[in-house]
Design a protein around this ligand. Structure first.
Ligand code: HEC
Length: 175
């Protein structure tokens, strides 16, 4: 029986392609599992999550409660999630402004009054508050009269923890 050289070459070529595809598939499988294994979500930059993923805040692992200010940060984390995260993030504007650096922009007592009743602070004519309100389309932030000063400070401790090197926790407690 004579072999048709063209058919033979074709069969060889197809075999090669099948092998190549198998090899690529293995390789991709290997790469994917490698990525998953080495992925540390806490270290992952926000923009690598891709478009359409709403990141309310960049989570940083909480400190142990025994760390300086650790307890406040842990409490602040829960309070922030329950009361503030729908409108605020640490580094991005959501509905309200990014809260990073807020304790440098405003005093603790100003922030406490603001969170307790922002429209009262705006109505008092406070220049910063009026501008803030205007710059955010006069959208009124809900009042949180039930949050104590300590609880609000815990939220601020959490905000600072999100943005500060590990050893600077405690900045708010020192204020
Ligand atoms: C429903 C949305 C909403 C929620 C919930 C909310 N805020 Fe706000 N926040 C705003 C808006 C909007 C502003 C901008 C000022 C304005 O328009 O009144 C603001 C402003 C602020 C500011 C001033 C920021 C700056 O740059 O000066 C602070 C501080 C603040 N919010 C803290 C909080 C905290 C703490 C919580 C949770 C206890 C919270 N907010 C919950 C909408 C919200």
């Amino acid at each position: 029986m004579r072999t048709n050289p063209a058919a033979f070459a074709l069969a060889l070529g197809m075999g090669f392609i099948v092998l190549l595809i198998g090899f690529l598939a293995l390789n991709v499988g290997g790469l994917v599992s490698f990525n998953l294994a080495s992925e540390d979500s806490t270290e992952m930059p926000i923009d690598s999550l891709g478009e359409g993923v709403v990141v309310a805040y960049k989570p940083r692992p909480l400190p142990p409660t025994s760390a300086p200010n650790g307890e406040a940060i842990v409490i602040g984390d829960a309070l922030f999630k329950n009361n503030c995260a729908q409108c605020h993030a640490v580094n991005d504007k959501v509905v309200g402004p990014a809260l990073a650096g807020i304790t440098k922009r405003r005093s603790i007592s100003w922030i406490v009054s603001w969170v307790h009743n922002s429209s009262k602070v705006v109505a008092s004519g406070d220049e910063y508050a009026v501008k803030l309100f205007d710059d955010n389309g006069k959208q009124q932030m809900p009042a949180f009269p039930n949050l104590s000063g300590e609880q609000i400070k815990s939220i601020l401790a959490w905000v600072e923890w999100q943005n500060s090197p590990a050893n600077s926790a405690g900045a708010v407690a020192a204020n």
